[in-house]
Design a protein around this ligand. Sequence first.
Ligand code: FAD
Length: 396
Amino acid sequence: MKHQIVIVGGGNAGISVAAKLLHANRQLDIAIIEPSDKHYYQPAWTLVGGGVYDIRDTVRPEADYIPQGAHWIQDAVATFQPEQNNVVTRAGLTVAYDYLVVCPGIQLNWAQVEGLPETLGKNKVCSNYLFDTAPYTFECIKNLKKGRALFTAPAGAVKCGGAPQKIMYLAGDYFRRNRPAGDVQVDFFSAGSVIFGIEKYAKTLREVVKRYGIGTYFKHDLVKVDGPNKRAFFKVTDAQGNVTTEEQHFDVLHVTPPQSAPDFVRNSPLANTNGWVDVDKFTLQHVKYPNIFSLGDASGMPNSKTGAAVRKQAPVLVQNLLAAMKGQTLAGKYTGYSSCPIVTGYGKLMLAEFDYDNKPTETFPFDQSKERFSMWMLKRYVLPWLYWNQILKGNM
Ligand SMILES: Cc1cc2nc3c(=O)[nH]c(=O)nc-3n(C[C@H](O)[C@H](O)[C@H](O)COP(=O)(O)OP(=O)(O)OC[C@H]3O[C@@H](n4cnc5c(N)ncnc54)[C@H](O)[C@@H]3O)c2cc1C
């Protein structure tokens, strides 16, 4: 089997790129290799966990979003053979290509936290990072009358770096509105060292943390969970670099799992030293194989991994891939744009937008470091509509 362009992964990135390529040239022979028959709008899982979005509205049939004119191979890629211009699927199919776009997303490493796979979705251990468990987050929040709710953030890159905090602020707001003061304590345990990497936005978040009385524990990396006994264990690194283990009690535990490049990417010749697809951070072209491009969560650019970043990467990748096909220079340049719509309470959101240099690159003509109802409405209503109707159709 051979196709002119093969796209690995039919998520946010793969579908957007396929649609845009076909807008540019309907004659292109494109195959999308994607195992799932469902397509998810993951950014809404935060709102599902907060009890204000129906999980059923976050999933649609993948078939409805494969652009007309593209071939869908419903299988998963297992191996890359870049020297032969082939990929091999789990079912054993060899698919040859002239050009390859690699975007199979990020891998959630639940088993890296001892005891977590066994207890996830029960014993008040929840996570917004899965379609199946996001609704349980709100069950846990709603049913906590008194006690301690812990929210974790792991070391390393995660998809939507703000998501571990967004659900914590919703929970903080929920308890403030519905429980007597002091009955529920919310605590943040993060392997990182700051609340947010850009001071303009960190300043607002420190105020939000204060408003909900959230305790912050940095350099605390979740390593083990004992669900039945409601105990979480953290690897703690102090200022001198000494490492100890700390045990904490919880009544609710929201976990953001450790994440990495998918194993089949990490173990392939396409990977950089950290396992991500090794592409030029401006052109999105592979540094070793010029007929391979990558975008989205699996790619190796040092941007914050979000769907918002994909929205800016897709047109650059399409421009450069079409140029490469004509033997022209690659003029498209991705500046590292990413955005993090940080929900800070019910009806409140701060829209952080920034580039590779952590320089704010804001869309609206007002100070986006302020919490706003209008930005909440953008996340709750406008962005989901844009995703299904414009972004996946290649129109943005
Ligand atoms: C809780 C949560 C909140 C978020 N909030 C936001 C937000 O507010 N704003 C924002 O912009 N982003 C947010 N994101 C992140 C956003 O969803 C991702 O960054 C985006 O989906 C990345 O697109 P992608 O195409 O790279 O990966 P995905 O959309 O995850 O798609 C990857 C696709 O690859 C497929 N695949 C996997 N393995 C293989 C294989 N072996 N072969 C072929 N295909 C394969 C998968 O089935 C999947 O369809 C959030 C994510 C989560 C989980």
